[in-house]
Design a protein around this ligand. Structure first.
Ligand SMILES: *Cc1c(COP(=O)(O)O)cnc(C)c1O
Length: 386
């Protein structure tokens, strides 16, 4: 049987000994539980009634006219919480519940994943503790307030540089100590097995819905599917249903300041192969400072399946610079009355480039992974809106 933990040369479970056992237990629970009728009924019901699925596909006609191809947006921005993150959080929290865990932990950078975890922790009455670097907590106070309001404990980590990497360390220690009753809710298709395949499973509803919707609306499969890539969960969630189709995949990474700058978040376009966070994948080179205008793309590595897609040529990844993403943010807002998340704006910007090379009636399906409400303060400053 194929080793499910591997994606070509990438993936695996590269962890210290104390984490082997809880991860093996989690992999077994996932394999046993996730495709039972009981689990699927609960998951589908909550995706519908709690999260707001199915999300529509919208033919963005004015944007299509402007960019020069037929552009369809998968509206994950309309979900509860404002992004696709709820799909994964619901799936993992339900799995934890079915496996008789009573406690969730997660780490969060900008706070979006922490908020989504707090939502499902409240919903399923699971004790929830979120690790967040103290610096991040100070910058993202509203998200800290949201998490606390929903009953989560926010643990502000002060070790090291008080950032995301330090929060990951603290969460891993917690997990190793409390594995009997605790589930570590990982926020993207990254980390040691089984997380990449588990997160893909829970996010694949995006592409399953979109495949039917676009055939209905455009009368064909898309010529191209486009998504932004941080850890890679919304992208793999869109792509998975089209993996055996003649659909070209494009991933937009955080290209940061661009030019010769060593400030970006594009391990697929310019990183190297290495082991990080429990997986073999592509990671940023040592001399690069992780940076993107959107916090959700600020991750030094990427999910292993994307590293494989790149290696075999199934998906083309491009680094989209901050300025291009900001222009797309503005264009979608002005032309369609939809304010996208800055992360998703990278996918829209890449779509603009692709459309220039394509025919006017070619169909591009873009995953609008989230809405831009969270980015308004930043936008107001950058576009001088006050
Ligand atoms: C978190 C986030 C991302 C990045 O995560 P992926 O795992 O790469 O999908 C992208 N878009 C939005 C709106 C997010 O909140």
């Amino acid at each position: 049987m194929a080793d499910e933990s591997q994606f070509g040369d990438f993936g695996g479970r590269h962890v210290p000994e104390p984490l082997e056992e809880p991860l093996e237990g989690l992999a077994q629970a996932f394999d046993e539980i996730h495709d039972t009728d009981a689990f699927q009924d609960r998951f589908r019901n909550l995706l519908q009634d709690f999260a707001g699925r199915p999300t529509p596909v919208f033919h963005a006609e004015r944007l299509s006219e402007e960019y020069g191809a037929q552009i369809y947006l998968k509206r994950e921005d309309l979900l509860h919480g404002g992004a696709h993150k709820i799909n994964n959080c619901l799936g993992q929290a339900l799995l934890a519940d079915e496996a008789d865990k009573t406690r969730l932990i997660a780490e969060t950078g900008a706070g979006q994943h922490g908020v989504a975890t707090a939502m499902v922790g409240a919903l399923l009455d699971l004790d929830t503790e979120i690790y967040m670097g103290k610096k991040d907590a100070e910058r993202q106070q509203m998200n800290v307030f949201r998490m606390r309001l929903m009953g989560a404990e926010v643990n502000e980590v002060t070790r090291g540089g008080s950032g995301l990497a330090d929060a990951v360390d603290a969460a891993l220690e917690d997990f190793a100590e409390n594995m009997d009753d605790t589930h570590y809710l990982v926020g993207s298709a990254v980390g040691p097995d089984p997380f990449p395949r588990m997160v893909r499973e829970f996010q694949s509803v995006i592409g399953q819905e979109a495949r039917d919707q676009i055939r209905e609306q455009a009368g064909q499969l898309p010529d191209a599917a486009v998504a932004c890539v941080g850890g890679g969960s919304n992208a793999i969630g869109l792509f998975h249903a089209f993996r055996d189709d003649d659909v070209a995949f494009y991933g937009a990474e955080g290209g940061g300041e661009g030019g010769d700058s060593k400030k970006h978040a594009a391990p697929l376009s310019s990183g190297t192969e290495d082991v990080m966070h429990g997986m073999k994948t592509r990671v940023l080179n040592d001399d690069t400072e992780v940076h993107s205008v959107s916090a959700g793309l600020d991750y030094p590595a990427v999910g292993p399946e994307h590293a494989m897609f790149r290696a075999v040529g199934r998906c083309e990844y491009q680094a989209v610079e901050d300025d291009a993403a900001l222009s797309a943010f503005r264009e979608l807002s002005e032309l369609e009355g939809i304010i996208p998340a800055l992360e998703s704006s990278h996918a829209v910007a890449l779509t603009k480039d692709l459309a220039e090379e394509m025919d006017e009636d070619d169909v591009i399906l873009v995953n609008l992974s989230g809405r831009g409400d969270k980015d308004m303060e930043q936008a107001a400053e950058m576009f001088d809106l006050s």
